[in-house]
Design a protein around this ligand. Structure first.
Ligand SMILES: CC(C)(COP(=O)(O)OP(=O)(O)OC[C@H]1O[C@@H](n2cnc3c(N)ncnc32)[C@H](O)[C@@H]1OP(=O)(O)O)[C@@H](O)C(=O)NCCC(=O)NCCS
Length: 175
């Protein structure tokens, strides 16, 4: 039987996180190792790992924003610096990324990471909403978010540059 553990990431996990990133996203839209290391150092409670039999197979990363009514396209820029936007006094949790190794997808682990992150962060910080940006070409992620009560806020035309360009969908859930 698979033994599942969810724990905070540490800097020593970054190479395994990069492997998951490589499997999960087109090369044009991957985050940098430096961005992940900064996220882990700055807000470890917001960066969770899913371990299956002690091997890291999934991650979810996040930051807390204080400007929920002033969301611009720049807010979602790839590999932006968490240190410039994150504040634990903020009211909105931004889920910046989530990925699961391919061979472990479709078993509910993405949903589990998501639920665990929002539960842990909302217990500790005064957030009143969660926001994220999803590509219209990622049906599994969209299904998780819709099932968890996220609603579409706006679209950002052509935000995701994969083999072709796809619109980004900004989604928000009020807690
Ligand atoms: C998104 C991701 C983390 C989800 O992880 P997961 O463990 O496979 O997700 P879950 O098993 O919890 O749920 C996925 C749901 O999407 C569904 N799904 C999977 N592929 C799908 C597809 N092509 N079309 C429609 N639904 C799909 C699954 O059936 C499941 O729904 P169900 O529980 O009702 O059957 C994973 O697919 C992944 O790493 N994708 C690549 C990176 C990515 O897109 N990240 C999202 C960034 S916003």
């Amino acid at each position: 039987m698979e033994k599942i553990t969810i724990r905070e990431a540490g800097s020593a996990d970054v190479n395994q996180i990069m492997l998951i990133e490589d499997e999960s996203f087109h090369e044009n839209i991957r985050e940098s190792k430096a961005a992940f290391l900064e996220r882990i150092a700055h807000f470890p409670e917001g960066f969770l790992l899913l371990e299956i039999n002690s091997k890291v197979c999934g991650y979810i990363s996040s930051e807390i924003w204080d400007h929920p009514e002033n969301i611009t396209e720049d807010s979602f820029a790839l590999s932006h610096r968490i240190s410039e936007v994150h504040t634990t006094a903020g009211k909105e949790l931004y889920v910046s990324s989530v990925g699961i190794l391919k061979k472990h997808r479709g078993k509910g682990y993405g949903d589990l990471l998501f639920t665990e992150l929002s539960g842990r962060v909302s217990k500790r910080y005064p957030i009143s909403s969660i926001i994220l940006l999803v590509s219209e070409s990622w049906p599994a992620a969209r299904k998780i978010y819709e099932r968890n009560g996220f609603v579409e806020l706006r679209r950002i035309p052509g935000f995701f540059s994969e083999e072709k360009r796809y619109n980004g969908i900004v989604m928000r859930k009020r807690l």
